[in-house]
Design a protein around this ligand. Structure first.
Ligand code: ADP
Length: 714
């Protein structure tokens, strides 16, 4: 055989022994939380299973500790990943890996695809009986990135207000077993591991379960193992982004088909695989704890805000629209109110200015707050001169007698104090030029809406003209009365002459008698003395009649004196004695002995009595009157006034004069002037008294009442 043939035969023999191509390697990264050796031991049979099921590939297990996982995924040094759900969610978010199956774990012979965390302490540690008591204690977890070995417990603890990072002395054991041992050996006060670890472990031939106390234990039908946290889906088997879907699908099918009796499952201590579960709860947990990948605040764009809060935005916009409408409406209303206010103010000022009386306002400090046009015209002050100034100092500072008018006596200030309106009939105000004028004024309190006094309004009127008119009327009245007295005297002149004649005749006769007596008997001394006494008496009588007459006709000064009315009556009777005698009238005097004196103008009251008495005499002069009696009565009344009655037995009032008795020029007498009663009424009125006709069954009764002092008049 040639060498060439030998080589061909050799090649033919070797060919079936060495494969034509080596199947490509598929690397499955597995979280090695219990050490690489254990990981390879547990998971290599699963890789072999897959290699068998998918012979085109050779599957190998790559154990990765917590820190090696991310670089492996990032650098695509593995094609599939079998890690806990927390790491999976991170890798899913960052490197878009996709779960294709979820592990059906076997815990103490039970298939379970959910798991949780258990928090525990040593059974003999009496200091920690509740989760809350972990605060401040040495707390050990597996690894900061371990879901079941830390993060689940963190969430459970934050539920009772404990942040294990801040509130405990936190340490990490690296593996579940290390945590269990540390707690049992007293190197940690409490610890946390994933569910099933405590049940599966044996330490020194005994289950650690007997030596631990589970804290915050929860119960679930789906998960009959000790746990202190919520439950989450088991480990996912996931494909990396670069791994083909075809391969992934074949791996998924192979995994789902795996029976729990498969040696791979038994080596891995699991029951098989299920379709991939929902890992959203894990996302939620990481979000809640602000853990990667949710440790950075999310970029929240305006669009996101609108999408998320559109209903709030809509409500806010609707609210703003309503507010805008309301604001416009309120603004319009405001403008209308402003206009009305301006109008009212103008009207108010117009009214104030159109009033003839002076009006000004005063605040509680006594300063003027407004001053109307009439007030300006009357006082000569301008509103701007007085507003804000003390009105009392400007207008009201001095009394008529020149003494200062103190503010505390000012009625305007009294109004502030007692809140009572006041009316002052006569006072004095001062003009800007220093002259004064008489005023009547009112001061009315001004109150705010709560009823508190905030000032007062003073309304005043210059009463100079009225006072002048009153004075003129008074003078006119006095003149009239004087004229009437002269006229009365004229009427009485003949009677008077007769009255005077009597004493004068008696004087003359008696003087003659004296002369004769002296001629006949120079020693007739005693008789002459008698006659001279008669002469003296008669001449005194004549003198007093003349005195009365003079007094009656003289013009009286307008001053008041204390007058005894009983005495006036006697004087009047003396004047009219001749008429009384001629008419044959009997005079009855019913005079109050202790009659009060009255403050009056003597001649005027004299005149009233004379008028009434003469009217009575004239009424009784009627030939039909048979009984002729004149009664004059005086009485004290209530101690404050005096009542005077003149009563006659004449025919009484004539019908024609009854209704207008006191009007001037009303008379029933042919020679009468009809002024007597009207003048008398004026006099009594001026004395604040009252003159009236009081009827009478027979004849007429006239009465007048006059106050003792005019300040007693009511
Ligand atoms: P005169 O006496 O000038 O008429 P008076 O004013 O004194 O004016 O009186 C007015 C009228 O009142 C009298 O004319 C008379 O009719 C009536 N009169 C007054 N007093 C009496 C009286 N005592 N009896 C009746 N009538 C009287």
């Amino acid at each position: 055989m040639s060498l060439r043939l030998l080589l061909i035969c050799l090649l033919a023999l070797l060919t079936p022994l060495s494969p034509a191509t080596t199947p490509p390697e598929v690397r499955i990264g597995v979280l090695s939380h219990r050490g690489d050796e254990a990981t390879l031991k547990n998971w290599s049979p699963t890789a072999d299973y897959l290699s068998r099921e998918i012979p085109e590939y050779r599957f190998v297990i790559v154990p990765l500790n917590f820190r090696e996982i991310e670089p492996a995924v990032r650098d695509q040094t593995v094609d599939f990943l079998l890690v806990n759900p927390g790491i999976y969610v991170n890798m899913e978010v960052r490197y878009r890996i996709t779960r294709i199956a979820t592990l059906n774990n076997l815990l103490n012979g039970q298939p379970l695809n959910i798991f949780g965390g258990v928090i525990f302490t040593r059974a003999d540690n009496d200091a920690i009986r509740e989760l809350e008591q972990i605060r401040g204690q040495r707390f050990m977890a597996v690894d900061r990135t371990s879901l079941g070995g830390f993060e689940m417990a963190w969430q459970a603890l934050s539920g009772v207000g404990i942040d294990p990072n801040e509130d405990t002395r936190l340490s990490f054991g690296g593996t579940h077993d290390a945590v269990v041992r540390a707690v049992l050996e007293g190197r940690a006060d409490a610890g946390t591991v994933r569910t099933g670890i405590l049940e599966a472990m044996t330490i020194d031939g005994a289950s650690p379960l007997d030596r631990v106390r589970v804290l915050g234990e929860r119960w679930s039908d789906e998960h009959p193992f000790h746990h202190s946290t919520r439950l989450y889906p088991e480990w996912p088997f996931s494909k990396l982004q670069h791994t083909t879907n075809r391969l992934a699908r074949r791996v998924a099918i192979a995994l789902l088909r795996m029976s729990s009796l498969e040696p791979a499952a038994q080596w891995g201590d699991y029951a098989g695989w299920t379709i991939p579960l929902e890992y959203q709860p894990v996302h939620d947990l990481l979000k809640e704890l602000h853990l990667p990948p949710y440790d950075q605040p999310e970029q929240f764009t305006l669009a996101d805000a609108i999408r998320k809060y559109w209903y709030w935005l809509l409500t806010a916009l609707a609210f703003l629209a309503v507010m805008a409408v309301m604001t416009t409406w309120v603004a319009r209303l405001n403008r209308a109110l402003e206009r009305s206010k301006g109008l009212l103010e103008r009207q108010h000022n117009l009214i104030l200015d159109s009033v003839g009386d002076g009006i000004y306002g005063v605040d509680l400090q006594g300063n003027a707050t407004f001053f109307n046009r009439a007030a300006e015209a009357i006082t000569g002050w301008k509103a701007q001169d007085l507003i804000g100034q003390n009105q009392h100092e400007k207008l009201h500072h001095t009394h008529a007698d020149g003494t200062p008018h103190l503010p505390e006596e000012c009625p305007v200030y009294h109004t502030f104090r007692d809140g009572q309106p006041r009316f002052v009939q006569e006072d004095l105000f001062w003009r800007k030029d220093g002259s004064s004028f008489p005023v009547e004024y009112s001061s009315t309190p001004l109150r705010d809406e709560k009823g508190h006094i905030v000032g007062s309004v003073v309304v005043f009127r210059d009463i100079s003209t009225r006072k002048k008119a009153e004075e003129a009327a008074r003078q006119y009245q006095a003149e009239l009365a004087h004229v009437a007295r002269l006229s009365t005297m004229g009427e009485m002149a003949s009677g008077m002459a007769h009255e005077l004649n009597q004493p004068l005749t008696a004087i003359a006769t008696n003087a003659d008698a004296c002369i004769r007596l002296l001629e006949a008997d120079p020693d007739a001394r005693d008789r002459i003395i008698d006659v001279l006494e008669t002469i003296g008496t008669q001449s005194r009588r004549a003198g007093s009649i003349i005195q009365q007459l003079r007094q009656f006709v003289r013009k009286e000064e307008p001053q008041l004196t204390w007058v005894d009315i009983n005495q006036l009556i006697e004087e009047v009777l003396m004047l009219v004695q001749p008429e009384i005698d001629r008419a044959g009238i009997g005079v009855v005097r019913d005079l109050e002995p202790n009659l009060a004196r009255v403050r009056a103008q003597r001649i005027q009251i004299d005149q009233v009595i004379l008028n009434l008495v003469r009217n009575a005499i004239e009424a009784m002069n009627d030939s039909r009157v048979t009984t002729r009696s004149l009664t004059l009565r005086t009485r004290n009344q209530d101690g404050h006034s005096v009542l005077v009655s003149v009563e006659d037995t004449g025919p009484g009032l004539d019908e024609s004069v009854r209704d207008k008795l006191f009007d001037p020029f009303v008379t029933s007498k042919p020679q009468g002037m009809g002024l007597g009663l009207s003048i008398s009424l004026g006099i009594i009125d001026a004395h604040k008294g009252k003159l009236y006709y009081d009827g009478g069954t027979e004849g007429a009764i006239f009465r007048f009442i006059i106050p003792v002092s005019q300040s007693d008049a009511s």
